[in-house]
Write a protein that binds this ligand. Structure first.
Ligand SMILES: O=C(O)CCC(=O)C(=O)O
Ligand SMILES: [Fe+2]
Length: 469
């Protein structure tokens, strides 16, 4: 937050019908009310009766805990919900507030605010809190709203015990797993999510669909694709993928990757410090020479697996080709342009099945930040979160935004090759998969031009004033 901004925190907003507590963060431009007093630390506590105010000193490794309005009510104003604010100091300042409400039956509940002001209480908690970039923290902050408010069901008997209990939870001793996971539950829920554009492949109006695709590719390089004709096959496809990855390691290794086709195990040299995933590639099937290179588990081992996967492959192929014709339209070219230049009659179309095992580890990413090298990717996930995009790869520090799961939809993205084709008009956007500790399956269909296809800047994307880059 820059100079001239201060944060206001509203308490005790009753949610209709529920009567529980909602909390809103707001960032407002301009100074706070009252006399401006130049203070070193920034946090000021106001004691209204005394018309007094004093600094809250920074104590390393400590939480600043305060009682909220709800606790004040509960205790018949015995415990005080004290006004506080952050004054302008002209200094950059970061803090992270976590609001926790314990909703328990009958009386045994407490409402706590736990404030982390530049403190580092637990090393593994710090990993998650402070490895985030300052701008990501700001993203979280602005995204926390009533909907993102978290309810935890914990057995607490009073504020003191609750605080102690909360600390134990943060230390990962209360069966909620890794403290970072708790942090993700608390903060991740309120994390700002993007509204990626939604493209309907079945729309009867190809021109307006093409215009929407153009906008999506210029702005995001990512979009959801719905009504693509494969939605009813997705559950089956994930079941088949799970069947394969459940095979004993020895059986999977018999199909170890050759010519970019087959099985790649999790890289043991990376351990938990790098990408943790295993994959299985099926190579181009429209080309009779290439199709022979594919590897398949035997029928005895996985009955009916090959025909199932082949069926999904062809459906993805059809949807992808249709999308290519809309992309051609979106670039002011004939819809069969990519066919005519030999890009997609026998494309380099790889289906990649992925499994992320779901272990916790120090490395934040289970699929490292990258942009896809090809032209077009259709991505399907099982709904386990983790996928994030970085819309501006040149901006430091990087800002990562969650891509929410949309049931039945493909997540489509443009790769480097399409970025080149379009003279950088369409964006090849960086993305990654963040570790959540949950097992995750995804499938990526990379629909790229035939290797012999000459890729040069599309005429509709360059001019004298805008030459090929
Ligand atoms: O698993 C995912 O969601 C993303 C995979 C991906 O980006 C890729 O394989 O290129
Ligand atoms: Fe990717």
């Amino acid at each position: 937050m820059g100079v001239g901004a201060h944060e206001t925190i509203h308490h005790a907003r009753d949610r209709e019908g529920e009567g529980d507590l909602g909390v809103v963060f707001e960032a407002e431009e301009g100074g706070g009310e009252g006399d401006a007093v130049e203070l070193e630390g920034g946090v000021v506590v106001l004691q209204e009766e005394l018309r007094d105010q004093f600094d809250v000193a920074f104590v390393a490794r400590a939480f600043i805990v305060n009682i909220g309005d709800l606790m004040e009510r509960w205790t018949n104003c015995l415990y005080r919900s004290t006004m506080h604010r952050v004054k302008q100091t002209g200094k950059e300042r970061y803090s992270e507030n976590i609001y926790v409400s314990f909703f328990l039956p009958i009386k045994e509940c407490a409402s706590l605010e736990i404030s982390f002001s530049n403190s580092r209480l637990f090393p593994h908690f710090d990993d998650h809190l402070f490895q985030e970039t300052p701008s990501e923290l700001m993203e979280h902050r602005s995204g926390v709203d009533v909907e993102g408010h978290v309810e935890l069901h914990l057995s607490v008997r009073g504020a003191g015990i609750a605080i102690h209990h909360m600390m134990e939870v943060l230390a990962g001793t209360e069966g909620l797993g890794h403290a970072g996971e708790l942090f993700d539950i608390l903060i991740g829920k309120g994390r700002k999510e993007m509204n990626l554009p939604i493209i309907d492949l079945s729309s009867p109006d190809p021109l307006s669909t093409a215009i929407s695709i153009r906008q999506a590719c210029i702005e995001y390089g990512f979009f959801y694709l719905v009504n693509h004709g494969v939605e009813n096959d997705l559950v089956k496809a994930f079941d088949e993928s799970k069947r394969f990855f459940s095979l004993p390691p020895g059986e999977k290794m018999k199909l170890a990757r050759k010519e970019f086709r087959g099985y790649t195990p999790q890289d043991p040299t990376l351990g938990l410090h790098g990408d943790s995933k295993e994959s299985y590639y099926i190579g181009p099937m429209a080309d009779s020479a290439s199709v022979k290179l594919n590897q398949w588990p035997s029928e005895e081992l996985l009955e009916n697996w090959r025909p199932s996967i082949e069926a999904i492959y062809w459906k993805l192929f059809e949807a992808g080709k249709k999308l290519y014709s809309l992309i051609a339209l979106s670039l002011n070219m004939d819809e069969d342009f990519f066919d005519k230049i030999g890009a997609v009659d026998k494309p380099s179309a790889f289906l990649r099945l992925l499994r992320y095992p779901g272990e916790m580890g120090p490395h934040q990413e289970i699929c490292s930040a990258h942009s896809d090298t090809g032209a077009l990717t259709l991505l399907m996930t099982d709904g386990v979160p983790g996928l994030q995009i970085c819309r501006d790869k040149l901006k430091e520090p990087r800002v990562w935004e969650d891509v929410p799961y949309m049931e039945g939809a493909f997540i489509v993205n443009i790769g480097d090759l399409m970025e080149r084709w379009t003279n950088c008009l369409y964006r090849s956007t960086m993305h990654r998969v963040k570790r959540t500790g949950k097992e995750r399956y995804s499938m990526a269909f990379f629909l790229d031009p035939h290797p012999d296809c000459v890729v040069e800047c599309l005429k509709s994307c360059c001019s004298e004033s805008c030459p090929p880059r």
